[in-house]
Design a protein around this ligand. Structure first.
Ligand SMILES: NC(=O)c1ccc[n+]([C@@H]2O[C@H](COP(=O)([O-])OP(=O)(O)OC[C@H]3O[C@@H](n4cnc5c(N)ncnc54)[C@H](O)[C@@H]3O)[C@@H](O)[C@H]2O)c1
Length: 473
């Protein structure tokens, strides 16, 4: 790959362009970087070198490698200097017309065999490639931020992309020590599409007052995610997150599954953009934050019985004094209870490691038994959070919707099952592949939960993917 694509042009010297230039230079390519603003490009290269030098000082990389990268990356001031490029990686502003104009100009300058790629995160690769005389020469290479660190690259097939170019894209990424996954040019590709419910359900639950944002974050972290949805949205930027949601919603022809949140829209109007503006869901200027509110600590439970919460897993059915405690299934406890009063617990990937256990009870659940259940759960050393009787609680609702989206992506030919599981782990650090999680939980349980949510809300957003139904035939 190094021989085939010796000369690489990176266009756009921003966050992504400079990171990608570093990756290509590390692999030994000659990289020319062009940006409309060449002073900015020079500064951007200097910042990259400062980062690399600090890594040299910390003993993370050798002085030689840092020097090699510096020697291999040069800033050019005109597009015409890119005429000898074998491979072009475009990482400029996310705007179809501007990207198309750039490629129109490039094909006048570069060789007819030049391999064109775009790092777009949301625009159709087919649409960008449509201005080329040879659209088969273009594919998407969607890197994740920061490009030198994140292993995942989505290799995107435009409708006219040549198979051999897709294969070259995959091989190139592997030669750069990345983990490529193949995806069709569809809105949000894999990661930005499949992750939508992580934010969307959290925002909808906040709007429905299922709980507050701190509690939802704590519960989602305890379920197995590295960060809660609200702290993650604050990190990404509320405006950036809303803009991706809006694009996917529009491009999906206003499918209600992707409907953006009014809460986010209002926050953008107010300039509450997250960490970068000092205020998002959390306040970054004022360090004191209110916390997740757990159930008061009850007396240590000293009855001489084995504690059924010690061995809790998603399949547990605990019976205490004639009452059942089970994993939520998309119904409320009140809907679900028949002969016995029902309490539901929320989903965790690993109940032993989870620090928080979330429970909900039907309105008429016997008080003294509720106290006993909470006390037993607390006796395992966990914080117990009791939320109102809502369908599918918090983590179960979110994870089933994420699984549903992953299943739809497979069903609609966006990517393979293996690709979606790898992409979500390597692109956004999910603790397990979503389809693997569905298998652990039971596809029947996921379908049951989604069907119940659909019935409860009467909203097409919750329709169950037929791919999931096929798994239980
Ligand atoms: N930031 C991310 O997390 C991320 C992740 C994956 C993909 N992307 C995608 O990568 C692309 C770049 O994003 P970014 O975050 O690096 O943006 P950025 O704003 O940091 O950088 C964009 C750069 O492109 C330059 N530019 C704009 N128009 C140009 C033109 N016509 N010719 C040459 N240079 C031009 C700008 O001067 C700027 O320096 C976008 O398509 C974005 O959607 C971003």
């Amino acid at each position: 790959m190094l021989e085939k694509f010796k000369n690489v042009a990176v266009i756009g010297a921003g966050t992504m362009g400079m990171g990608i230039a570093e990756v290509a230079a590390t692999a030994g390519h000659n990289v020319k970087v062009y940006d409309l603003n060449s002073d900015f490009a020079e500064k951007s290269k200097q910042k990259m070198m400062d980062r690399l030098n600090s890594r040299v000082q910390r003993g993370k990389i050798s002085e030689e490698l840092s020097q090699l990268i510096s020697n291999h990356v040069s800033i050019v001031k005109t597009l015409s200097e890119l005429s000898d490029s074998h491979l072009v990686i475009e990482a400029i502003v996310e705007n179809l017309e501007i990207k198309q104009n750039l490629f129109k100009e490039l094909q006048e300058i570069c060789n007819v065999n030049t391999f064109y790629t775009t790092n777009t995160s949301s625009i159709s690769v087919t649409a960008i490639a449509s201005v080329l005389n040879q659209p088969e020469n273009m594919i998407g290479l969607h890197f994740f931020n920061p490009a030198p660190v994140m292993q995942l690259v989505e290799v995107i097939a435009g409708l006219k992309s040549a198979q051999e170019n897709l294969e070259a894209g995959l091989e190139l990424c592997r030669s750069w020590k990345k983990m490529p996954v193949l995806a069709e040019s569809t809105p949000g590709f894999i990661v930005n599409r499949v992750a939508r419910p992580f934010y969307g359900e959290a925002l909808k639950m906040l709007q429905e007052q299922v709980s507050n944002h701190q509690t939802i974050d704590t519960i989602m972290q305890s379920a197995g995610f590295r960060m809660g949805p609200f702290e993650l949205m604050d990190l990404i930027g509320i405006d950036v997150n809303l803009s991706v949601s809006k694009t996917v919603y529009q491009e999906m022809f206003y499918d209600p599954r992707y409907k953006p949140s009014l809460i986010q829209q209002e926050m953008v109007y107010a300039g509450m953009l997250g960490r970068k503006s000092g205020q998002g869901f959390y306040d970054y200027q004022n360090s004191e934050q209110s916390d997740c509110v757990g159930y008061e600590n009850l007396q240590k439970f000293d009855e001489d019985i084995s504690n059924p919460f010690e061995k809790l897993n998603e399949h547990s059915e605990i019976e205490i004094d004639g009452c059942l405690v089970v994993l939520s299934n998309g119904q409320t406890c009140s809907q679900r209870q028949k002969s016995k009063p029902i309490a539901q617990f929320d989903l965790c990937l690993d109940y032993e490691k989870a620090e928080v256990l979330t429970l909900s009870f039907a309105g008429n659940f016997p008080q003294e038994i509720q106290q006993k259940i909470v006390a037993l759960a607390q006796n395992t050393g966990k914080q117990v959070v009791v939320i109102d009787d809502n369908p599918a609680l918090i983590a179960m609702r979110t994870v089933c919707m994420l699984i549903n989206e992953a299943a739809d992506a497979i069903e609609n030919g966006v990517c393979s099952r293996e690709a979606v599981d790898l992409a979500m782990q390597k692109g956004v650090n999910y603790p397990i592949g979503l389809i693997d999680w569905a298998e652990k939980l039971g596809f029947d349980k996921v379908v049951e939960t989604l069907d119940n949510l659909y019935q409860w809300f009467g909203d097409d957003r919750y329709r169950t993917s037929s791919w999931l139904r096929k798994q239980i035939l």
